[in-house]
Design a protein around this ligand. Structure first.
Ligand code: 8YV
Length: 304
């Protein structure tokens, strides 16, 4: 559907979407195409814009909400508009946050590995005991669209007490959550990171933040890997400073540290936050809407 929608208005060149664009392809994207639909690994940084000078490309319609791989300020200076896909990704990403909370708390990955290995020998009253989720406190770091969707799921679905930390004050009377300082959010039973990736949030969750967590605490990240100091996370897990972690994103994707892979108390997903057919279609169609608006000289629906 996305290719058909794009093909109706554009002469489309399909890139290999399983690999980030190389430096040469990035240059070609800006100089040989009128419009580009980047994905998360494509690094449109300031050096690239400086090198290209005056690009032919007038718009980078990012396929996804997070655009930390695009220097939007440098793009603007070069006359390139940047758009993203807010809204389309919200529920799916929040669902994966809950998946990680539940899988990690209830040791679902570990339990499934035992079963598949043929090592399950029958039910036992103290077998595979995990942590109860209902009624616990969750601390959400970042209260944007996705943070709010996580808060609602935790409160209405699991009767959780929801606290959150956010850079600015969030004034949303209907939100079933209470704003607290970062250290207090980190001290919850479950901590979920939902801030956008940016230089301002790089390593926001560092050794000091992990030190604020309780030893029974479970840490979840569905935002961007580099928001977390991965070495500090590994150290906290190793030291038993926290009980477990559920991750959908990594500091150096697709590299996942072997230390994490070896830990049974860590749930690891390969960045599947929005990987549902309906959601990826909605994201693609939203990106195409922005391309078409640009082509027709209309205001861009999702300019960043
Ligand atoms: C996308 C995401 O799959 O929307 C985002 O920011 O992280 C992902 O869910 C990715 O952006 C694809 O480019």
């Amino acid at each position: 559907r996305v290719l058909a929608a794009a093909g109706a208005r554009f002469d489309v060149t399909l890139r290999d979407e399983t690999k980030p664009l190389t430096q040469r392809e990035l240059r070609a994207a800006l100089t040989e195409f009128d419009a580009v639909l980047p994905t998360l690994g494509d690094r449109f940084d300031a050096a690239l814009f400086a090198e290209v000078g005056k690009p032919r490309c007038g718009i980078l319609a990012n396929f996804g909400v997070g655009y930390n791989h695009i220097d939007a300020v440098a793009a603007k200076a070069a006359g390139v508009a940047v758009t993203n896909t807010p809204g389309a990704v919200t529920d799916a990403t929040a669902d994966v946050a809950l998946t990680l909370i539940l899988m990690t708390a209830r040791r679902a990955g570990e339990a499934e590995r035992i079963l598949r290995a043929g090592k399950w020998e029958g039910w036992g009253p103290v077998q595979m005991l995990g942590t109860h989720v209902t009624g616990k406190r969750v601390g959400i770091v970042g209260m944007g669209r996705i943070g709010k969707a996580i808060a609602r799921r935790c409160h209405y679905g699991f009767g959780m007490d929801v606290v959150f930390a956010n850079r600015s004050t969030v004034d949303d009377p209907g939100l079933p959550a209470r704003q607290v300082p970062l250290a207090e959010a980190m001290a919850a039973d479950f901590v979920v990171v939902a801030v956008p990736g940016s230089p301002a949030t790089h390593h926001l969750i560092n050794a000091a933040a992990f030190a604020a967590m309780k030893s029974e605490g479970i840490f979840v990240n569905i935002s961007r890997g580099d928001v977390v100091d991965e070495a500090a996370l590994i150290a906290a897990l190793r030291a038993g400073q926290i009980k477990g972690a559920g991750l959908d994103v990594y500091e150096f994707e697709p590299k996942v540290p072997t230390e994490l892979v070896a830990m049974e108390n860590v749930t690891l997903l390969p960045h599947i936050g929005t990987a549902a057919l309906e959601v990826r279609e909605a994201m693609g169609l939203m990106a195409v809407d922005n391309l078409v608006a640009h082509l027709e000289g209309r205001p861009l629906p999702n300019a960043v």
